[in-house]
Each structure stands twice: as C-alpha cells, then as structure tokens.
Design a protein around this ligand. Sequence first.
Ligand SMILES: [Ca+2]
Ligand SMILES: [Ca+2]
Ligand SMILES: [Ca+2]
Length: 281
Amino acid sequence: MKKILLSAAALAVIFGAVQTASAHISYSGRNFGTLVVGAPATSIDTQTVSSSFGWADATDTDWGDTHRTRFFRFTLSTTSSVMISIERNGSGNQTVGNGTAGGFLPAVSVFSGLSHTSSPLAHDSSSLSVEWLVQTFGSSADGKGGSGKEGSLNALGNWSIGNSVTDYPTPSASGDSLRSFSYIGHAADGTSANFGSTPGIQGDGNADGFLTATFSDLAPGDYSISIGGANYAAQLLETGPTFPTYGVNVSVQAVPEPSTWAMIVLASGLGLWIMCRRKSA
Ligand SMILES: [Ca+2]
Ligand SMILES: [Ca+2]
Ligand SMILES: [Ca+2]
C-alpha cells in the first residue's frame, strides 16, 4: 500500500514538472502572423490563462510570474494601429473555479520584442533570468535570487527573460540567451477596485469580462502580447501551487492610424465645404 502511494506521489511530481515546463513563454498556436490594415480581425479562441490575478500581480513593484499570463504574438510590416479584443470564455473553457468579484477579468500588455520560439523556452527561474534580475536590482531582498522580484514580468514597463539549457541555480551556460521586451501599453477590464492601487493603470471602467483597446502608431517589427487576470486581490485566494485556469478568446486587427482617420475626416469636411460654396454661389 505504501509503495503505491509513493508511486502516485512520484507521478504527481513528474506530471507537475511536465506541466510547468509546458507553461514557459511559448507562442505555439498563438501567433496572429503579419497584420495587414484593412484585413478582417483574426481570432484565436479557447486559450487558457492560469490564475485570475497574473496580470495585476505583474503591475506592482515586485513584478510577477510570466507563467500566470498567456503570451501571443503578431508582426507588423508597416507602421500600424492594432486593436486587441479579449473576451472571457466562461462557458466551455473555464476549468476550475469562477474567480471572485465577477469572475475572470482580462487585461493585456503589449511589448515590442519576442521571446524564444523553440526549445529551450524562456522562464522566470532560469539562471539567466535570475542573473538579469540580480544584476538589475541587487540581491538584498526576497524573491528571485534576492532581487525583490516575484518573477520576470513587468506588465507596465520593460523587462528581460532568459532561456536555459540547464536550470537555476546552475550558472548560465553557453547557448542560454536573454530576450528583452519594450513596453508599448496596457489595458485592463474594470477599475482599481479590481486591478488594485498601482498608479497609472487604465481600466475600461466596466468589469464585465470584456476588453477592447487600440495601440496606435506601432513600428514595423515583432510584438508580444501578455494576457492575464486583472483581479489583484485574487492572489490571496488562489495561492497555488496549482492555479485555476480560465478561458479567453482573443481577437486582433490592424486598423487605420488615428492620423489617417483625421485626414479622412478633414478631406470629407473640405469636400462638404466646397459643395456648400458651390450651392450658395
Ligand atoms: Ca507582484
Ligand atoms: Ca504577488
Ligand atoms: Ca470591460
């Protein structure tokens, strides 16, 4: 009997390790490709996010764990504005729990830059990730390597993360590489009652599980989207190590630049003015 129990425990450890490994930053099945202005929106449905607090937790001073958000990517070949819509999928894909304060509330950060697209994938506990945090923030506090950070993800600013042919605390080996993300912007479902008191967060004011936002004037290049839960207080309820997963549908579309719209409005206004002058003449 004891032997069977031990085997089950060993299996749980192995299964847990496999699950963790598969949750490193990956864009597999979540690449929107190159967006073209005027093309219809592309949707990637029935994706899952681990925890209802992951994005909000990465907005505070000790940052957050990339594993608690889900990464998507897109590419631009010309300067464009990009509209991102996220809808909680509560019917078929919300596997555990229903969160608090109205269920899963989506939030998103957009970054210029791309993580690794093949194994070994980047993660918060790789030697290189921890080394970067310690070099940047020192090692006199708690968190990863004493850096004072819970993880690599900064939802409101720049950050870096590394992959690892070995794992922490083995020193980074040749073959490991660091990727850097430049912060573009963010959007969050709800209000500070949901995402917490970190200054500067823009909410859509209505915690209804739906979020849409446009990020303007993005230069050609590769972009990463980090999507996670906006419920800051839920980290006190969802304490791990196993976190509830929530379903999201994500839609992305390149839309005309605000300056283009301004020109269209200006041009039609001018047309109207000429027509009026001709009529009165
Ligand atoms: Ca945090
Ligand atoms: Ca936290
Ligand atoms: Ca909303």
